[in-house]
Design a protein around this ligand. Structure first.
Ligand code: NAP
Length: 248
């Protein structure tokens, strides 16, 4: 069945791969981005080339009105949503908590926690059959950092993903009776540009060799699990935290 999906942070990395894989299934995708318009347009073209439909939707997930606007734009383009991927997220340069300033920690929680909660709230309002929606699937892109803790690098980031795990467990129970499944994928070391934004472009490549599978993962490998959780093939899966981490 063709689906209408909104993916936050879909201009690059894991979100981009998920958008293209959704496109290959013939789905329609809202491709959210915040600053890199050219990358979002490239993703839209790639989704279309894969066989789907797509529209680029601008908006910073830490801004409530921008979130509402990006949901509105996607539904105006393609009709009622069937799925949402809460994927946009940031890291910051490695630091111990004792050395972090408040601006860094606040931004981390504004984007990764407040943003994820408000996008999930908006998804709940639009997907729930109790509110006129068609039911559907919400996929939260957490991280195995939530159980590793991020010591010495980013305990702020790890905690933000811990919040996402709790959100997944609670919201799944709220929304199950209303036709909405809520799950999380928890990637490990995935080779994307997020590591450069944390000051270590080769972090995944270097640390990936110490995982049981002996390498970093790819955005495409994470996208497979996201699209499976969006699809009807996972129809009895909710409140799951799925590690995609090569065993790390
Ligand atoms: P990435 O390559 O850095 O891409 C980040 C994406 O998020 C971009 O599309 C970016 O848009 C968007 N974005 C950033 N801040 C945003 C904001 N405030 N509002 C809206 N969009 C925003 O990251 P990634 O590695 O694909 O990570 C995606 C998700 O996976 C994140 O939640 C991350 O925490 C999680 N994750 C990644 C790894 C990994 O090793 N890569 C591991 C575990 C979990 P622009 O292009 O406009 O900047």
């Amino acid at each position: 069945m063709s689906k209408v999906i909104l993916i936050t942070g879909a201009s690059r990395g894991i979100g981009r791969s998920a958008a293209i894989l959704a496109g290959a299934r013939g789905w329609s995708v809202g491709v959210n981005y915040t600053s890199n318009r050219a990358a979002a347009q490239e993703t839209v073209a790639a989704v279309q080339a894969a066989g789907g439909a797509a529209v680029a939707v601008h908006g910073d997930v830490s801004d409530e009105s921008a979130i509402i606007a990006m949901f509105d734009s996607t539904e105006q383009a393609f009709g009622k949503l069937d799925g949402v991927v809460n994927n946009a997220g940031i890291v910051a340069p490695g630091s111990r908590l004792a050395d972090m300033d408040v601006a860094r920690v606040k931004r981390m929680f504004d984007v990764n926690v407040l943003g994820a909660y408000l996008c999930a709230r908006e998804a709940a309002r639009r997907l729930s059959t109790a509110r006129g929606g068609r039911g559907g699937s919400l996929v939260n892109v957490s991280s195995i950092a939530s159980r590793l803790g991020g010591a010495g690098e980013y305990v702020d980031y790890a905690g933000s993903k811990g919040a996402m795990d709790s959100l997944t467990l609670g919201l799944a129970r709220e929304l199950g009776p209303e036709g909405v499944r809520v799950n999380a994928v928890r990637p490990g070391l995935i080779d994307t540009e997020i590591h450069a934004s944390g000051g270590k472009p080769d972090r995944a490549q270097v640390l990936g060799t110490s995982t049981p599978l002996g390498r970093a993962g790819t955005a495409d490998e994470v996208a497979e699990s996201i699209v499976w959780l969006l699809s009807d093939a996972s129809s009895y899966v909710t409140a799951a935290l799925l590690d995609v981490s090569g065993g790390r």
